[in-house]
Design a protein around this ligand. Structure first.
Ligand code: GAL
Length: 673
């Protein structure tokens, strides 16, 4: 793998000179404005296929060379894009197989973007050909520091080629139809397959009731996308082995298993569009923080913030402007969590088509005298002063499980509720953990557990092979594990574990979950702790029996009042907690407030006020005020990186204020990446 090693914090954005080739004056003005905004890194040529190959086999790359030369002269580096996110019309017209087919068998018309078949040999051939042309011509260009391949891979195709590839994938996975039929429990409703040709992707006009099939299809979509990515990157890796390859990933995206996809990339990059200004800033900030922690954890390396908006987007239901101070604060938030770049969609607003009113550094007015431009300049001034954190990692000792395959299985599960609230539950644990001022990694079932002292695994409904054993070893070795309802129900094919839930985790958790009650959205039960505190909970309530575990709290209501709802099982050198329900925030705050010190995890900052976030990169702490009001924080001992002031006492943070502190002591958890 080739590392992304920038000698500076990257600052810039998606740059589309291909839309302005008839306006050399504008292209020249762009360079002046980029320098003025402190920009040093542009992503060039995303969606530029029509300008690069206007007719089949006829390449027009001179304009791009001119742009790269001008950027380089101005000291600006480039992530060079491959254009496969959208195709020229000539290709769809001449080779309709490149167009995607829907689950009902209808082939799409030409249009939009991301509208291509990942299996089509024709599409793959065209993509490899243009990528080779780009790599041959620009692979050694001094401006180019990495490849931005395609754009936000997503979606699926159900054409005959994809059905064939799906069957091959299934043969490889299951070997025989007997094994497949057993794994998918096809005796139910007479679904037994007797010929591989009978297998077809899930469809609303066909089969959707076999959960094993639905899961296998989702796995295949990731497999096929990753296969396409590897094919797309092949000429780039062959011709430019020194240039790292990335593609931009999306917020909470569930269409692909990003842990598998990340393995095909050299570094992760991310598009971040939080709904600032809608609802509580704190909640929005937590969602953004979760995504950044996820992106950094995918490769356990710093990532690129590939896209964010410098002002508003054009696709939220209501597109709010960023309030004064929010642009700098939200950009710093990405850096605090591991971003080595701050980039925007987009550099300049397009004149026409669907994104002309999306925020950009340069507005249609065309000059620098705008609030947005000044905000971007402020980030451009700040980033070079943070060079000491470039490349550094937080060294988190706690991890939160967010497993794509588990999420798919739970979302497809029929009963005991339609919406199990998986994402809300994971985020509720994330919120409570972050309230304790600690750093967190986001992991999946395949990640190593070795470096953590605490793993929170809410709603780990599906346990893939060996995961129960690995979690047990983690606890016996001294780790703290937190599981919550519904845990350990099915195996990797969505077959229920026999012999009592939570299946392979039954002995380490020391409980048996006999039944699960589901609650309506407006229903609540209560939780009473052994020392008499009372909290509320909802969504799901497991009726559990302690089998060796100690009961820490019991339900207060319904016919199961008095049954355990929180337990701990001490095993070997560690502890395994089971939360049998979905508690409201007050419980999770107090719960993690107790068990984090027990697990010997040192917070970056103690006693954080609501809405203030603290994270650490290497030896530098970032304290960011998203509370929407002024706040007082007990700063850690150290030196303010921006002012040189010695810190240690209580400090006032204004609305959207921040402090960046080089820590005096490294603390037990701090490490450099
Ligand atoms: C991203 C996409 C960009 C642009 C942006 C608008 O998802 O990658 O091309 O459309 O959204 O916010």
């Amino acid at each position: 793998m080739t590392e992304l090693k920038l000698p500076f914090f990257g600052h810039g954005g998606d740059y589309n000179p291909d839309q302005w080739l008839d306006r050399p004056d504008i292209l020249e003005e762009d360079i002046r404005l980029m320098k003025l905004a402190g920009c040093n890194l542009m992503s060039v040529g995303i969606f530029a296929w029509s300008a690069l190959e206007p007719e089949e086999g006829h390449f027009t790359l001179d304009w791009l060379e001119g742009v790269l030369d001008r950027l380089h002269e101005a000291g600006i580096s480039v992530f060079l894009a491959t254009p496969s996110g959208a195709r020229p019309a000539w290709m769809s017209q001449r080779y309709p197989e490149v167009l995607r087919v829907r689950p009902d068998g209808t082939r799409n018309l030409h249009g939009g973007r991301h509208n291509h078949c990942f299996t089509s040999p024709v599409y793959r051939r065209f993509v490899q050909r243009i990528n080779r042309a780009l790599a041959e011509r620009f692979g050694k260009h001094p401006a180019v520091v990495g490849w931005h391949i395609s754009n936000e891979y997503s979606g699926e195709c159900h054409c005959a080629l994809c059905q064939g590839a799906f069957r091959a994938f299934l043969k490889d996975r299951y070997g025989t139809l007997d094994a497949l039929n057993h794994a998918w429990w096809t005796g139910f409703w007479s679904k037994t397959y007797t010929d591989w040709e009978q297998l077809h992707s899930p469809s609303p006009i066909g089969e959707e009731s076999i959960h094993g099939l639905n899961l296998a299809w989702k796995r295949f979509v990731t497999h096929q996308t990753v296969d396409f990515i590897r094919a797309e990157a092949e000429p780039l890796r062959a011709l430019t082995p020194n240039l790292p390859v990335t593609t931009n990933l999306m917020e909470m995206f569930g269409g692909l298993n990003y842990y598998e996809l990340a393995a095909a990339l050299d570094f992760a990059s991310f598009d971040s569009y939080p709904r600032w200004g809608h609802g509580e800033a704190e909640q929005t900030a937590l969602g953004a923080a979760f995504n950044y922690d996820w992106m950094r954890s995918l490769k356990q390396k710093p990532f690129a913030l590939m896209e964010s908006t410098p002002s508003q987007v054009n696709w939220h239901e209501v597109c709010k402007l960023k309030k004064p101070g929010m642009h700098v604060l939200s950009s710093l938030q990405a850096v605090a969590h591991g971003a080595d770049t701050v980039q925007y969609f987009q550099w300049r607003k397009s004149r026409g088509a669907s994104e002309k009113f999306h925020g950009a550094v340069v507005d249609h007015v065309g000059h620098e005298h705008t609030r947005t431009f000044r905000d971007v300049q402020a980030v451009g001034d700040l980033l070079p002063r943070l060079k000491e954190v470039l490349g550094a990692m937080p060294g988190a000792k706690a991890a939160l499980m967010f497993d794509a395959e588990n999420r798919w299985a739970l979302e497809d599960c029929q009963g005991p509720r339609r919406d199990m609230r998986h994402d809300e539950t994971v985020l509720s644990h994330y919120r409570a953990l972050k309230r304790q001022g600690i750093d967190l990694d986001i992991i999946d079932e395949t990640c190593s557990f070795d470096k953590y002292r605490l793993i929170a695994a809410p709603m780990l409904y599906m346990l893939r092979p060996g995961v129960g054993r690995r979690l047990e070893a983690f606890v016996r070795g001294g780790g703290t594990l937190v599981c919550s309802c519904p845990t350990g129900r099915v195996d990797e094919d969505d077959l229920c574990f026999l012999g009592g839930f939570p299946g392979p985790l039954r002995s380490i958790l020391g409980i048996w979950a006999e039944e699960t009650d589901a609650l309506y959205d407006d229903e609540r039960n209560g939780m009473r702790t052994a020392d008499g505190r009372v909290y509320t909970c909802g969504t799901l309530c497991d009726l559990i029996h302690a089998e060796g575990a100690e009961t820490l709290a019991t339900y207060t209501d319904d016919f199961y009042a008095g049954m355990p709802c929180v337990t701990v099982n001490r095993c070997g050198a560690g502890r395994a907690y089971y939360i049998a329900t979905c508690p409201d925030a007050a419980f999770l705050d107090d719960f993690y407030g107790t068990i984090i010190p027990e697990a010997s995890i040192t917070p970056v900052v103690c006693g954080l006020p609501e809405g203030v976030q603290a994270t650490r990169r290497g030896n530098t702490a970032f304290i960011l005020n998203f509370s929407g009001t002024a706040a007082e924080v007990a700063l850690p001992q150290g030196v303010d990186v921006l002012t040189g002031e010695i810190t240690g006492g209580i400090a006032a943070l204004p609305v959207n204020g921040y402090r960046i502190i080089r820590l005096k002591s490294k603390g037990v958890d701090a490490q450099n990446g």
